[in-house]
Write a new protein. Structure first.
Length: 310
């Protein structure tokens, strides 16, 4: 009988064959509830379920449900049948818990290239609402800006402009992905932007005729020091938290010019790559980011509310 460790080793061997950019280290969440199942032909599979509460007023509540249940599948070499059986067990487990209400979600984060598991996720009602996408550290040679566009580092005096642009992005993202535009969104964004503008994490502004028309909130993550970065290979990564282009400036090339500066700065400072999250249903992001060299590494599958899991 295969143990959980056997399943984990087989699973990571599959991952390595599917996508060499996936991390090789095995991550096991703490404080998680175990679930187990068997496929129709008798193969044992397992999983761990974590529960995160995001109370009103928390910044995480802008992009995650108030009660979030995440399943970490351990299905070895059985991506479709194993995922199917495990999701059925997860549905039963959720049915035994207190009703989390409408502001809840069930989530699975899985390698984007594992299309065998994709079929099982779709069959159980999951939607691919977000992806973690990566880009190799390639310099951009086309950095010439039009005469009316200037890209510069933002500072504390730019707080209002940064908040206005990031709220525009949040409002749009709430229509096409996992984000939620909550009543306290403006204050949460202002607090986060103020902290960012007083830190070493770069925020870039693109100005047209002196008026800010685009922003890129960026940062650095060392996977050896950040517990949130276990889905990336080891090293120092450039992180793009938010990019927003004013509606009137979209389609003019300003976003591309802004990201040229950002990517060249990542290369200059020795990043092994850069990453970001975008929503596949977003008709702007799903076109823009692949053109900038990004491709999905992990897909975030969700069902909202959690009880809608089939």
């Amino acid at each position: 009988m295969a143990t959980a460790q056997d399943l984990m080793q087989a699973q990571f061997a599959r991952f390595a064959a599917l996508d060499p950019q996936l991390p090789q280290d095995q991550f096991v969440p703490t404080d998680a509830e175990p679930v187990a199942a068997r496929t129709s032909d008798g193969h044992a599979v397992a999983g761990l379920i974590t529960h995160t509460s995001n109370p009103e007023g928390s910044a995480r509540g802008l992009w995650q449900a108030g009660e979030a249940f995440e399943l970490f599948p351990i299905i070895g070499e059985h991506p479709r049948a194993g995922m199917d059986s495990l999701l059925g067990a997860c549905r039963e487990w959720l049915g035994e818990q207190d009703d989390p209400g409408p502001n809840s979600s069930a989530m699975v984060v899985w390698p984007s290239r594992d299309v065998q598991a994709t079929r099982a996720l779709l069959d159980h009602g999951f939607l691919p609402l977000s992806v973690l996408a990566i880009r190799s550290p390639t310099p951009v040679t086309d950095t010439e800006l039009s005469g009316t566009v200037k890209v510069r580092r933002a500072g504390p005096a730019d707080l209002d402009a940064v908040v206005e642009l990031t709220l525009t992005e949040l409002e749009y993202a709430a229509l096409v992905g996992t984000a939620t535009y909550r009543p306290d969104a403006a204050q949460l964004k202002r607090t986060a932007a103020r902290v960012r503008l007083h830190s070493d994490d770069p925020v870039w502004l693109a100005e047209q005729d002196g008026t800010p028309v685009a922003v890129a909130e960026c940062g650095w993550i060392d996977t050896g020091k950040s517990p949130r970065a276990y889905r990336l290979r080891p090293g120092s990564w450039g992180y793009i938290n938010c990019v927003s282009v004013h509606e009137k400036a979209r389609g003019t090339g300003i976003g591309r010019q802004l990201m040229s500066v950002v990517h060249n700065e990542f290369v200059r400072r020795g990043a092994i790559g850069s990453f970001l999250y975008y929503n596949p249903p977003n008709p702007l992001s799903s076109v823009f980011w692949p053109r900038q060299g990004y491709r999905p590494l992990w897909t975030m599958w969700e069902v909202r509310p959690a009880t809608a899991l089939r």
